[in-house]
Design a protein around this ligand. Structure first.
Ligand code: SAM
Length: 290
C-alpha cells in the first residue's frame, strides 16, 4: 500500500514529516485551508494553511500551559476572553474551573469550529458550555470595543501572518490592556525563539508589548509538533506577577489532574535560555545570529 506522509517546512531548510493513515477532511474556508489528518504517531491532526495547529497526542501540553499558568496566578477569574482557539482545546481546559462565570470566544473562522466539532469531538467538547458565548469575528476588531471587561484574555491564534497577523500588533495589545480589569492578565501564544524567522516574530511581538503592561514575562513549553519543539507564551499583567503571586496551593486545592502542568514546572517554565534572553533584549533591526 502506498505510504502517505504529511510535510511542513519549519524553516526553508528543515522539514517535519509524519506518516498519515488517511485524510479525514480538506476544505477552503473564507480565511484558510483546513485539513484534518489521522496520523500513526500523533492521532488526529488539525492543519491550517499547511501548519500543524493541534494534534490529539500533544495538545495537552499547549492547552494546559496556556490556561493553568494564569489561572494559578490570578486569584479570582470570573470573566475570560479567548481569541482564536477554534479547535476547542483552550476552552476545554478553562471550563474545568467552576468559578469562571463567562467566557467570550472570538474565532474569525466558524468553519474551524464546525470541522473540529465533527473530527476532534474530544477536544471540541466545551463549545456548548452555558458560560460560553461564541463570536465569529476578527479578534482585533472585537477587542477595540471592550473596556474593563475581563479578568483574563487568552490569545490562542495562528502565526503572525494571514488572519493572525493583527493579533501580534501594538494596537491589539493596547486594546487588550483596556479590555482587561485593573488586575487583569493577558496570555498569548508567543511563537518560537529557535528558527531565525520565528525568532524575528518573537522579538517583534515582544517589542510590541513593551511599555504597555506593568509586568511582562515569557515562559516556555516543549511541544513536539511545533517548529523546533521550543514554544513560548507571553504573560502580560497589570498587577499580578507570574512567580511572586503564584500560590501552588491555589492550584493544588482545585485537584485538577494535568498531564503536563504542575507547580514546579510553573516556576521552571519562566527560566529562559540565555540566547532567548538576548533575543528579547536585541533591537528589532539587529540581525545577529540566533
Ligand atoms: N494552538 C494553535 C497555535 O498555537 O498555532 C492555534 C490553534 S487555533 C485553531 C488558531 C485559531 O486562530 C484558528 O482557528 C484561526 O481561525 C484563529 N484566528 C486567526 N486569526 C484570528 C483573528 N484575527 N481573530 C480571531 N481568530 C483568529
Amino acid at each position: 500500500m502506498k505510504e502517505l506522509w504529511f510535510s511542513e517546512y519549519h524553516s526553508p531548510n528543515v522539514r517535519f514529516d509524519f506518516r498519515i493513515k488517511r485524510e479525514l477532511y480538506s476544505g477552503e474556508s473564507e480565511y484558510q485551508h483546513i485539513h484534518i489528518f489521522d496520523s500513526y504517531e500523533f492521532g488526529r491532526v488539525l492543519v491550517l494553511d499547511g501548519c500543524v495547529m493541534v494534534t490529539e497526542r500533544d495538545e495537552f501540553i499547549y492547552h494546559e500551559m496556556l490556561v493553568h499558568v494564569p489561572m494559578s496566578v490570578h486569584p479570582d477569574v470570573k470573566r475570560v476572553l479567548v481569541i482564536g482557539a477554534g479547535d476547542g482545546g483552550t476552552l476545554k481546559q478553562l471550563c474545568r474551573y467552576p468559578d469562571i462565570e463567562a467566557i467570550d470566544l472570538v474565532e474569525i473562522d466558524g468553519d474551524v469550529i464546525d470541522v473540529c466539532r465533527e473530527f476532534l469531538p474530544h477536544l471540541a467538547s466545551s463549545f456548548d458550555d452555558p458560560r460560553v458565548a461564541i463570536h465569529i469575528t476578527d479578534g482585533l476588531r472585537f477587542v477595540r470595543h471592550c473596556q474593563d471587561a475581563y479578568d483574563l484574555i487568552l490569545v490562542d491564534s495562528t502565526d503572525p501572518f494571514g488572519p493572525g497577523e493583527g493579533l501580534f500588533t501594538r494596537e491589539f495589545f493596547g486594546n487588550c490592556y483596556h479590555a482587561l480589569e485593573a488586575d487583569g492578565i493577558l496570555v498569548n501564544q508567543h511563537e518560537s525563539p529557535y528558527y531565525r524567522s520565528d525568532a524575528r516574530e518573537v522579538r517583534k511581538a515582544h517589542a510590541n508589548t513593551r511599555e504597555i503592561f506593568e509586568i511582562q514575562r515569557l515562559y516556555q513549553a516543549h511541544i513536539p509538533t511545533y517548529p523546533s519543539g521550543h514554544w513560548l507564551f507571553g504573560f502580560m499583567s497589570k498587577h499580578y506577577h507570574p512567580l511572586d503571586d503564584f500560590e501552588a496551593q491555589r492550584f493544588l486545592n482545585r485537584e485538577l489532574v494535568c498531564d503536563y502542568y504542575n507547580p514546579e514546572l510553573h516556576r521552571g517554565a519562566f527560566a529562559l535560555p540565555s540566547y532567548v534572553q538576548r533575543l528579547l533584549n536585541e533591537d528589532d533591526d539587529d540581525e545577529s545570529e540566533v
